[in-house]
Design a protein around this ligand. Structure first.
Ligand code: NAG
Ligand code: NAG
Ligand code: NAG
Ligand code: NAG
Ligand code: NAG
Length: 133
């Protein structure tokens, strides 16, 4: 199961968890952009746990929101790879994929790690952008 595996992968999460206030929430903004299919930007307020992963926040948002969903596949080396967001899948033939960016620097910049090992900060703006490779 995904959750078990990513805690093994992201050892830093264990360390962060020890320091974290139990059950404290980190509020951040999550946007879904799909210019390729001319879709309007979809914005959500998301909640991570302090020291918790972006994947955890996405899973919570999927459970609590009627209009956010995603699918992913488990990679033993890199954690969960996002395959579709809001029912739009990346497509190898079309050379599209969901790029994950953070706008915390004021310029949207790809996150250095995947959703399993990325830990959102308060007020951070995370962007899922369908783009080409
Ligand atoms: C998602 O649904 C909520 C509640 O129905 C609505 O307020 C919000 O605008 C919707 N957001 C998106 C991105 O569709
Ligand atoms: C997110 O929360 C803020 C503050 O409560 C609110 O102003 C904003 O409209 C919310 N955005 C969405 C997309 O729900
Ligand atoms: C990927 O795109 C190609 C070409 O547009 C299409 O034929 C194919 O069905 C798509 N595959 C998936 C898995 O969506
Ligand atoms: C990123 O942040 C900058 C500075 O706050 C803002 O001007 C810009 O609109 C943001 N970009 C996106 C895609 O939200
Ligand atoms: C999102 O992807 C589109 C299509 O590839 C691209 O034009 C745009 O610059 C990307 N936006 C960001 C914030 O990276």
């Amino acid at each position: 199961m995904a959750l078990k595996l990513f805690t093994v992968l992201c050892l830093t999460a264990t360390v962060l968890l020890l320091r974290a206030q139990v059950d404290a929430n980190v509020l951040f903004q999550l946007s879904v952009m799909n210019k390729i299919n001319n879709q309007p930007i979809q914005r959500y307020n998301a909640t991570a746990k302090t020291g918790g992963s972006l994947l955890g926040a996405m899973t919570r948002l999927k459970q609590t929101s009627n209009n956010f969903t995603f699918t992913g596949s488990e990679n033993p080396d890199f954690g969960v790879f996002i395959e579709s967001v809001n029912n739009v899948a990346g497509n190898f033939t079309d050379r599209t994929f969901w790029q994950i960016l953070s706008n915390k620097s004021g310029t949207p910049t790809p996150t250095p790690v995947g959703v399993s090992c990325y830990f959102p900060m308060e007020n951070e703006h995370i962007i899922f952008n369908l783009t080409t490779f």
